[in-house]
Design a binder for this molecule. Structure first.
Ligand code: NDP
Length: 455
C-alpha cells in the first residue's frame, strides 16, 4: 500500500499540464488511492500559495474536469521547499515515510542523475517506486549511468521510466488490431508492406518551453522515446503474453534489430529543420530563434525525420519513416502502414492507390483504404474507398492510465532499462552527426508542411 506520492518538480509544466489532471481523473473514477500527496519545488511558498497556483493552472489546462474534484485533489497536496539535488533536503522529505512511497521525478533530465544517486542512498527509498520522466538520459553513456545507479539500489520492477505514448488508447489498439485478428498478422511483413510512416506533426510551437526544449530538440524530445516506442509496437513479434517480461522482451528485440545508420546513411536518411516566422491559422508565430530563452547558436532542431530499417526476417528492406515537427500547418498524429501493389492488374483503366491502414492518434481513428470497382465503369475502373472507425476519447488519459499502473505496481507499460539504452544506440550516432553539422539545418516557415527535402 502506497503511503506517499511525492512529486519532485511540482511547480513545473508537466505537473500542472498532465500529472494533476491525471490525479483528478483517477479521483473522479474512484481509483485514486488514499495517501499523503507532496509536491516539491525550489520556490519559497506556503501550502496555501502552492494550492492556489495549482488550482489556477489546472483550471487553465483542464477546465473540462469538475471544479469540485479539482479543488478536492489540490487541497490534499502539501508543499515542501527543497533543492532536490541536496542530499539533506531530500532525505528530510523522503526519509520520514514509514510505508511505501512513490517518488516522481518530474524534473529536467540534467538533475536526474544526482537525484537518483541521493534516492539510492536513502534506505527508505529502496522499498519505493521510482518514476522517471523522459528523456531517460541525454545519450547512451548517461542512460547507462542512470541504469547503473538504479540497479545498485532498486529492483527493475519498481522503476517506471515513463513514456506516456504507451498509455494512449490507439497505441494499445495496435496490439489488439494486430494480435486479436487473423486478417492483418499474415500480411504484416515485408512481403506485403511497402513502408511504414510514424508521424507526430504539431501546430504548436515552442510555447514558452525554451528552458527544456532548446537543450533537447525534436530528435531527443520525440524520436528517441515516443516514436521509437510506436515503432516497437508496430514491428514487434507476437508476444507470448502481455505481461511485463514478454511484452518488453519483444519490444527490445525490435530496437536491437534497428540498423545503426552509418555516417553516409545519416546524411541520406535523416533530415533536420528549424522554423522561421510564419502564420498558423490566425496565429502569428515568431521565428524559433527569436523565442525567449532560445540560444540560436545551439542549432536546436524543431523538425526531425529519420528513415530506419529493422534488419530481421519480417522487415528486411522495409523503410520505417519517423517524423516530428513543431509549428507545422496541421496536426497529424498517426501510424500509416502502406501495402504493396497487387502483382497483376486485370482492370483496363486506372492506377489503384496502394491499400493503407492508418492508425490516427488523438483523436483516435482507424482507417483502411481499399480499392473497389468504380461506379461509372464498374468492370474497368477502380476507386479507393475508406473504411473508418472513430473511437470516443479514452476514459482515462494516457498519464492517468500510467499513474494507475504506478499505484498498482504494474510496470508493463513502462520502459525497461535495456530498452532505454537500445533507443539511445539508434539515436546517438544521428545526434552526434547533426551536432557536427554533417546534415544541414534546413529552415521552414511556421505554418508550412516542413522543410523542402527529398528522401
Ligand atoms: P519545467 O522546467 O517546467 O519544470 C521542472 C521542475 O523541476 C520545476 O518545478 C523546477 O523547479 C524543478 N526543479 C529543477 N531543478 C530542481 C532542483 N534542483 N530542486 C528542486 N526542483 C527543481 O519542466 P517540465 O515540467 O516541462 O518537464 C519535467 C520533465 O517532464 C522533463 O523530463 C520533461 O522531458 C518531461 N515531460 C514534460 C512534458 C511537458 O509537456 N511539460 C511532457 C512529457 C514529459 P523551479 O521552478 O524552481 O525551477
Amino acid at each position: 500500500m502506497l503511503e506517499r506520492f511525492i512529486i519532485l518538480g511540482a511547480t513545473g509544466d508537466l505537473t500542472a499540464r498532465y500529472l494533476l489532471p491525471a490525479l483528478v481523473e483517477l479521483r473522479q473514477q474512484g481509483l485514486l488511492p488514499d495517501g499523503i500527496w507532496i509536491g516539491v519545488g525550489r520556490e519559497a511558498m506556503t501550502n496555501e500559495e502552492f494550492r492556489k497556483s495549482l488550482a489556477n493552472r489546472l483550471a487553465e489546462h483542464r477546465p473540462d474536469l469538475p471544479e469540485a474534484t479539482r479543488e478536492e485533489v489540490v487541497s490534499w497536496l502539501e508543499y515542501r521547499q527543497a533543492d532536490v539535488t541536496n542530499h539533506h533536503d531530500l532525505q528530510a522529505i523522503i526519509g520520514q515515510a514509514t510505508g511505501q512511497s512513490a517518488v516522481y521525478l518530474a524534473l529536467p533530465p540534467a538533475v536526474h542523475e544526482p537525484v537518483l544517486k541521493t534516492l539510492a542512498s536513502i534506505p527508505m527509498c529502496q522499498h519505493s517506486r521510482i518514476v522517471i520522466e523522459k528523456p531517460f538520459g541525454q545519450d547512451l553513456a548517461s542512460a547507462k549511468r542512470l541504469n547503473g545507479i538504479i540497479r545498485s539500489a532498486f529492483a527493475e520492477s519498481t522503476v517506471f521510466r515513463m513514456d506516456h505514448f504507451l498509455g494512449m488508447q490507439t497505441v494499445q489498439n495496435i496490439l489488439g488490431l494486430r494480435f486479436g485478428n487473423r486478417v492483418f498478422e499474415y500480411l504484416w511483413n515485408r512481403e506485403h508492406i511497402e513502408r511504414v510512416e510514424i508521424v507526430w506533426d504539431e501546430t504548436v510551437a515552442l510555447e514558452g518551453r525554451a528552458g527544456y526544449y532548446d537543450a533537447t530538440g525534436a530528435l531527443r524530445d520525440m524520436v528517441q522515446n515516443h516514436l521509437l516506442q510506436l515503432l516497437c509496437v508496430v514491428a514487434m513479434e507476437v508476444p507470448v503474453s502481455l505481461d511485463e517480461r514478454d511484452f518488453r522482451d519483444r519490444k527490445v528485440d525490435v530496437l536491437r534489430a534497428v540498423r545503426r545508420l552509418t555516417p553516409e546513411e545519416i546524411v541520406t536518411n535523416t533530415t533536420r529543420g528549424r522554423y522561421t516566422a510564419g502564420q498558423i491559422g490566425e496565429r502569428r508565430v515568431p521565428s524559433y530563434v527569436e523565442e525567449e530563452g532560445v540560444d540560436p547558436g545551439r542549432g536546436t532542431e524543431t523538425f526531425a525525420q529519420v528513415r530506419l530499417f529493422v534488419d530481421n526476417w519480417r522487415w528486411a528492406g522495409v523503410p520505417f519513416v519517423l517524423r516530428t515537427g513543431k509549428a507545422l500547418a496541421r496536426d497529424r498524429h498517426e501510424v500509416m502502414v502502406v501495402f504493396r501493389p497487387v502483382p497483376h492488374l486485370a482492370f483496363s483503366q486506372g492506377h489503384p492507390r496502394p491499400n493503407y491502414l492508418r492508425l490516427r492518434l488523438n483523436p483516435d481513428r482507424v482507417e483502411l483504404g481499399l480499392n473497389l470497382n468504380g461506379l461509372s465503369a464498374p468492370l474497368d475502373q477502380l476507386d479507393q474507398a475508406k473504411l473508418a472507425a472513430d473511437f470516443p476519447p479514452q476514459e482515462l488519459s494516457a498519464y492517468a492510465r500510467l499513474l494507475l499502473d504506478v499505484f498498482e505496481g504494474n510496470a508493463v507499460l513502462s520502459i525497461r532499462g535495456d530498452e532505454a539504452e537500445e533507443s539511445w544506440r539508434i539515436v546517438e550516432p544521428i545526434q552526434r552527426a547533426w551536432a557536427e553539422g554533417a546534415v544541414p539545418l534546413l529552415e521552414y516557415p511556421a505554418g508550412s508542411t516542413g522543410p523542402d527535402f527529398k528522401q
